[in-house]
Unconditional design. Structure first.
Ligand SMILES: [Zn+2]
Length: 215
């Protein structure tokens, strides 16, 4: 992954596509603007959570979301978006929003503000994934082991559920077969009674019902 970021510095973990930087981070601009067309899918840079989805009527209906890394150190804010796609816990690469042009904006783009421990920094290295890649490199064997074990447990639980449902379905099929046998017997007895029945229309209705169930 790292080499592709080096080949094309406009590619990011956060969006897919080769969008241009329309305004860089500076002393008068507290983030970076990326010229995302409307409805560009925007993703989570790493494991963490979307802790705010906000619409600001007094800023011309501006919408933004705020992401925080799971260790709590890094915050990424996505501004001028159109649709919220996630809230709460998210994994790296999860769809979190669709871009737009909400708020005071002169054209479709996404403004990213980035903070490390509360201090605003140029988001570009983070958006390009360099810092994220380094972060993943630093994960311990225990981190990956725990993750694998958690997935394995989920898979085992699902397997157990499937086995349980299969048993239940088999039992239901057996009961259904018994019901059909019983109904078939009742139908034969009814046929014998038909000769002496006072109301042939009732017998007819009962036979139709039984045939419908057995069909
Ligand atoms: Zn901006």
């Amino acid at each position: 992954m790292a080499s592709s970021y080096q080949r094309n510095n406009m590619l990011s973990r956060v969006w897919k596509g080769d969008w241009k930087v329309t305004q860089t981070f500076s002393s008068t601009h507290n983030g970076v603007d990326i010229g995302t067309p409307n409805n560009t899918p925007l993703y989570a840079p790493e494991d963490g959570s979307i802790y705010a989805t906000v619409t600001v009527p007094e800023r011309n209906g501006e919408k933004y979301i705020a992401f925080k890394s799971s260790d709590g150190h890094r915050v990424l804010i996505y501004v001028h978006i159109g649709k919220f796609a996630a809230v709460g816990k998210v994994f790296a690469g999860a769809l979190v929003a669709l871009s737009d042009n909400t708020g005071y904006s002169t054209g479709p783009h996404t403004h990213f503000t980035y903070r490390v421990n509360g201090v605003e920094k140029d988001p570009m290295p983070y958006l390009k994934g360099g810092e994220t890649v380094e972060m993943y490199k630093g994960k311990t064997i225990k981190y990956w082991y725990d993750n694998c074990m958690a997935f394995k447990k989920q898979a085992m639980d699902l397997k157990a559920q499937v086995a349980d449902l299969t048993t239940k379905l088999k039992r239901m099929a057996e009961e259904l077969a018994l019901c059909k046998k019983g109904l078939s017997g009742a139908s034969q007895r009814l046929a014998k009674l038909e000769i002496g029945a006072n109301d042939p229309s009732v017998v007819k209705m009962a036979k139709e019902f039984i045939n419908w169930v057995l069909s």
